[in-house]
Ligand binder design. Structure first.
Ligand code: HEC
Length: 480
């Protein structure tokens, strides 16, 4: 008598009964897995935007991802409730198949979105790998399920399904960080929970401690730009989370030209009209504060040094000297006045640009295109919108001292640009009712120190710029 030892193939056959059809399915699955794994090497994320069609299809990704999420979550429910109602178990397999197809679509569109939009970075890479891993898990579930459903001994499927759910949660979390910024989920979480999750905000550079860059430029970029231009996500191939990376520039080359703010792409992008598609920070975020823009300009103009401690013409009160800034008062909703505003813009060819999509953030009066034709009479026309105007960009316009009467009605103003105008400062006292005003630029005008005296009473006015005026203090042009 011969003792027949069970062969290893025989053992495998008991775990996963292999028919020719299953073998073919296995082969197809193997090829699919190889293709998925090689995607990151075929579709290279080089940080520069590509082809409009890639972006067109890619932008469906955020919509399509909800499909695999919903379908995958449905599978364990169908399996559990299917113990009582077999029809549900029947459906589980079909839903799993659909989920796999949806995964493939979402991953493909995800790659197009990242490559088309010129996005790269650690979070993007993790998210894409997450999607790939998840698709593979779903595919293996699909293959392993029949053996389990047939009542066999295979434990692969019941173990893999919870792992698939974990991969789903993790991938979705990375995707959420990309869409809403790091810490979106935990921002309002109770304290202990929030501390558990680390946020990806860049560290304040210690190498250039106390330099103007570390104290005033880096914090502005960190707060407003690093969510899209940092280690987690690198839009436009540009990172702004260290001095070296800032100076290295983005996919279109250097963004800072030392000494030449007007030729520096970074400065150009933050000073565009907010509705320009190249405006930064993009994504409908509010523009940088006027004093921040002024610091960046002066810093570039004076050589963009990482270590210079102070800049001529700019003095910034330290936190302890600085009176506490009042919280911004929201302005009323101007939406109802939009038709009237449009009409006014047409007759005056000056613009009222919303600061953000939120009407209570107010409007900016800008005159860039028609500066020379815009004078006291034109400004007076805008008085009826005064409560909604938080910034008035009147630099290099034809306004004169006579406009201080009108401006006294602009009580929501936070920033007033009068640089390069004919004002001499007579009547500046009329600005006293502007309790929200924090920024006043009078550079390049003929204001004298005497004319400035009444401003001392304006407690909220922290930034007065007097570069190139008779009133310019010997060392610094900031009046305070
Ligand atoms: C919501 C995401 C987002 C934020 C926030 C953001 N950017 Fe960008 N930025 C982008 C995208 C997307 C691109 C690439 C497309 C383009 O060039 O407009 C880009 C490109 C740029 C470029 C061009 C890089 C190159 O070489 O082409 C500059 C400069 C820039 N950003 C500066 C900034 C600055 C400065 C801030 C902060 C004040 C900022 N960005 C905030 C998304 C963002």
């Amino acid at each position: 008598m011969k003792l027949v030892a069970p062969t290893s193939a025989g053992k495998a056959r008991r775990l996963l009964p292999i028919s020719p059809a299953t073998r073919r399915a296995g082969l197809a699955a193997l090829i699919t897995i190889m293709a998925l794994l090689s995607l990151p090497f075929i579709v290279r994320l080089d940080g520069s935007p590509h082809g409009n069609w890639q972006q067109f299809f890619g932008r469906f990704h955020p919509l399509v991802v909800h499909l695999p999420i919903g379908l995958i979550l449905l599978v364990p429910l169908l399996e559990v409730f299917g113990r009582r109602r077999p029809a549900l178990r029947e459906a589980a397999r079909f839903v799993l198949g659909l989920a796999f197809a949806a995964c493939l679509a979402a991953v493909t569109l995800g790659y197009l979105l990242a490559r088309g939009g010129g996005t790269s970075g650690a979070t993007v890479t993790l998210h894409l790998w997450g999607g790939t891993l998840l698709s593979i898990c779903v595919l293996v579930c699909l293959l392993a399920r029949p053996a389990w459903a047939a009542g066999g001994a295979s434990r692969l499927y019941p173990v893999l399904l919870p792992c698939t759910l974990l991969a789903l949660v993790w991938t979705a979390h990375q995707g959420g960080s990309l869409t809403y910024g790091n810490g979106y989920l935990t921002e309002f979480a109770p304290g202990p929970l929030r501390r558990l999750s680390t946020t990806g905000v860049a560290q304040v550079p210690t190498r250039f401690q106390d330099s103007f860059y570390s104290m005033h430029i880096f914090p502005v970029l960190n707060a407003n730009c690093v969510s899209c231009h940092g280690s987690h996500e690198v839009k436009g191939g540009l990172r702004l989370d260290s001095y070296e990376l800032l100076m290295r520039g983005g996919s279109d080359g250097a963004v800072i030209v030392p000494g030449q703010p007007d030729r520096s792409m970074l400065f150009a992008r933050i000073t565009l009209p907010t509705d320009d598609k190249h405006f930064m920070p993009s994504g409908g975020r509010p523009k940088l504060k006027p004093n921040e823009v002024t610091w960046i300009k002066a810093w570039i103009q004076q050589g963009a040094s990482p270590s210079a401690v102070s800049l001529t013409g700019v003095s910034v009160a330290s936190d302890s000297e600085r009176p506490k800034e009042l919280p911004l008062k929201p302005v009323g909703d101007y939406s109802a006045m939009m038709p009237e505003i449009r009409q006014m813009e047409q007759s005056q060819s000056a613009k009222l640009v919303p600061i953000s999509s939120n009407p209570s953030d107010g409007l900016v009066l800008t005159t860039v295109d028609v500066a020379a034709k815009f004078g006291d009479a034109q400004l007076a026309q805008f008085q009826k919108f005064a409560p909604y105007i938080v910034e008035a960009e009147l630099g290099r316009t034809a306004v004169t001292n006579a406009s201080f009467d009108t401006l006294s009605k602009f009580t929501s103003l936070r920033a007033l640009h009068l640089e390069g105008t004919a004002v001499t400062g007579d009547g500046l006292a009329k600005l006293a009712p502007l309790s929200q005003l924090t920024y006043l630029n009078l550079s390049g005008t003929n204001v004298t120190s005497a004319a400035l005296a009444p401003l001392k009473a304006m407690k909220n006015l922290h930034h007065v710029y007097l570069f190139n005026t008779p009133a310019q203090p010997a060392s610094a042009s900031d009046a305070r």
